[in-house]
Design a protein around this ligand. Structure first.
Ligand code: KE4
Length: 425
């Protein structure tokens, strides 16, 4: 028995599924999760001392790689002063100013502890600001696990959402409308039917929770125009794309300005941080200034702020970092495409900068329906092979690969060689 197997058999007795987040259980690839004990740069080690090249990076936060000295030293320095006060601190002001400097659409920002909390709070703020109840989300986009967002579109896109999880009362999702990604008509239909009731449209500007799906030409701009026309707020959920595609995220990359933006992952550098921010007149709805209540014991925790501030400061210090990271990503994912072509396979590779996904389908993946044509069993076989050959990728087809600044050319080459050995065997 490996140490991971021993630990997993212990874990399942005390933690649901043995994990603190479902995807970590490796359920969809039918194998035992690797229990990770250490990370450094682009590598992680499991409890059996096996090394992997890491393409999850804690699902996005580790854009500088694991254990970056500037982040680690900041955490140690702040932890030595004290872990938490539940009081205002200087580092929170510095962090808020840095986020506002990096993302022009953000005039004010509130820190929370996760992407889920950021999205939940942004939606409450949009509802408070507009006085409206309904929201539109897109099938296949994931915005954390707050009740109103755990929605499966009913048949067709005109049905009010039905809960996608046990324990969510229908009343919590009746105001959540579903539309189809890259399909502006499906959004227009909602606005034409009940536009004056719609508080916000929330979208992943690059979807990365049905695998990576890029917005087609005009999609994001079309959402912007519809929201402006009907007085609804446009919320970009940049929990994954924020500070990844470039300093000002997908909104900068695509040149579309949302009213509110949510962040997570990179903003905390591996510590639990989420944030939501946007136009001052909207954010001043938030308590204690306005009537939208939101609070949190560890919001803006100084040690977490120090970690995030150190990471964002590095990312903000030199735009060349993103140029190099995105070039690295482009050449890696194009290398993947070449291998698939060499092997005469029809699989699809969607990618943008350091984010991408391989879909086991011959269909172009542009929305949830087309993503769902992927062969998840074929993905499971591929994923297990990669894990057995020291490459740590998402244990689920509908996730993304994340490349960091720490991934060395030799490691990317080695990864492509392992892929080639799988697909061209
Ligand atoms: P968290 O509550 O997990 O910090 O963030 C929720 C969230 C919100 N918005 C987007 C676009 C997200 O991708 C996420 C969380 N992403 C998943 C990975 N697909 C987190 C990994 C997990 O659930 O364990």
């Amino acid at each position: 028995m490996t140490r991971s197997e021993e630990l997993f058999s212990e874990a399942v007795k005390y933690i649901p599924g043995g994990v603190n987040s479902p995807v970590r259980a490796f359920g969809s690839i039918g194998s035992v999760p690797r229990f990770i004990k250490k990370g450094d740069m682009a590598s992680i080690w499991d409890e059996d001392d096996r090394e992997y090249i890491d393409y999850i990076g804690s699902w996005g936060p580790m854009i500088l790689g694991h254990n970056h000295p500037a982040v680690l030293n900041a955490v140690i320095e702040y932890a030595k002063q004290g872990l938490s006060y539940g009081a205002a601190t200087k580092i929170e002001v510095e962090m808020a100013k840095l986020v506002c400097a990096m993302v022009p659409s953000i005039e004010m920002v509130r820190m929370v502890n996760s992407g889920t909390e950021a999205v939940m709070s942004a939606i409450r703020t949009a509802r408070g600001y507009t006085g409206r109840d309904k929201i539109i989300k897109f099938t296949g986009c994931y915005h954390g696990h707050s009740d109103g967002l755990l929605v499966k579109a009913g048949s067709g896109v005109m049905t009010a959402g039905v809960p996608d999880s046990l324990g969510v009362p229908k009343g919590y999702t009746k105001d959540t409308l579903s539309a189809e990604y890259n399909n502006l008509e499906s959004v227009k239909a909602h606005f034409e039917r009940c536009g004056e009731e719609i508080a916000a449209v929330i979208v992943e500007p690059v979807a990365a929770n049905m695998g990576t799906v890029l917005p087609e030409e005009g999609f994001l701009q079309g959402l912007r125009e519809l929201c402006t026309e009907y007085g609804a707020l446009l919320i970009f959920d940049e929990v994954i794309t924020g500070f990844r595609l470039q300093a000002d995220g997908a909104q900068g990359y695509f040149g579309v300005t949302p009213d509110l933006t949510t962040f997570g992952k990179i903003i905390g550098a591996g510590m639990p941080v989420g944030a939501y921010g946007g136009r001052r007149e909207v954010m001043e709805m938030v308590a204690p200034v306005g009537g939208v209540y939101q609070a949190g014991t560890l919001s803006g925790n100084p040690v977490a702020m120090a970690a995030g501030f150190a990471q964002l400061s590095i990312l903000n210090s030199n735009p060349d970092y993103y140029v190099k990271l995105n070039q690295k990503g482009d050449s890696f994912f194009e290398g993947m495409k070449d291998i698939i072509k060499e092997a005469g396979l029809p699989w699809q590779v969607n990618h943008i900068g350091s984010l991408g996904s391989l879909f086991f389908t011959g269909e172009k993946v542009r929305d949830y329906e087309s993503a769902k044509t992927s062969d998840t069993k074929a993905y499971a076989d591929y994923c297990n092979y990669m894990l057995d050959h020291g490459i740590y990728i998402a244990p689920a087809q509908f996730e993304a690969m994340f490349i960091s600044m720490a991934h060395l050319p030799a490691q990317l080459e080695q990864t492509l060689d392992v892929m080639r050995s799988y697909f061209c065997r």
